[in-house]
Design a protein around this ligand. Sequence first.
Ligand code: NCD
Ligand code: ZN
Length: 346
Amino acid sequence: MQRIILPRPDDWHLHLRDGAMLQAVLPETARHFARAIIMPNLVPPVVTLADAAGYRERILAALPEGTAFEPLMTLYLTEGTDPADVERAAGSGLVKGVKLYPAGATTNSQSGVRDLDRVMPVLEAMARIGLPLCVHGEVTSAEVDIFDREAVFIDRVLAPLRRRLPELRVVMEHITTEEGVAYAAEGGDTLAATITTHHLIINRNHILAGGIKPHYYCLPVAKREKHRLALRKAATSGSPRYFLGTDSAPHVDALKEHACGCAGCFTATNTLSLLAHVFEEEGALDKLEGFASRNGPAFYRLPVNTGTIALEKRAEPCVWPAKIISEVGPVTVFDPGFPVHWHVLP
Ligand code: NCD
Ligand code: ZN
């Protein structure tokens, strides 16, 4: 029997929502992960330190009895964000990053940034204190093809911003292209990139060929196969620039299976088993520890978790619930489309 033991992993990009949805999905992450960077795109968004502290309390209150899980909070950057509040947030120790959503890029991003000039004082303060900017790297211009929005964002927005403010520490969230992989590779110590589980598994054919599959639709949208292969190579390379951010993003089925379906794949439940499968396929099981447990803390300047988690490869495939049931409706768990044999031990 093959076994792997990892320091308890962290998820460096997670959507937990609030209320009944939070209650339903939090145990799925807390079961396996010690910490997660919590996305602030609630309605209304988590903008201030006070918002983040309140949300953090609601997360802690929703934890199942006896579960240890640390939510690492982020602030949603708006054109009205006060640099002094951001500095206080970093100083409080509760907030570990500030999230840049270009206005209109994705779910609940209406309050995002339209003009970077307007947030320069905040970014300058962050550069000074070393607080990371977590970037949703897609342009939103209607004339840019949705499959090109990441690459265009790097050229038009991210590269100029990093030339203007080289000390700013940046996480390229959920990269999906070979351009994203290449840019992150060359960025030096101030740059890192998260990669989701599902982008290592699906390409755009999975969404669109043989009938439209709304549960594979997320943002940034999965790209061509060559991009998936570039992401696999990056994730399993051992480079400290890349680490896990699942972007597990629950939406109830009624809003996924809809004429205007929401973006998001829900992978909290089976991410670790899927990753072991992917890393084994790439002949890189020894690199999973860096990707899931070590590279993230190194970039965020946090200690590696002291506990461990074990996975065991068994003849029988893993069985997960097809759906997580919440009071607001069912949420479909990501289906990789193949059997997975790496069981997480309790
Ligand atoms: C996320 C969500 O639903 O909040 N959706 C997604 O497809 N990833 C937003 C995001 O991270 O873009
Ligand atoms: Zn996300």
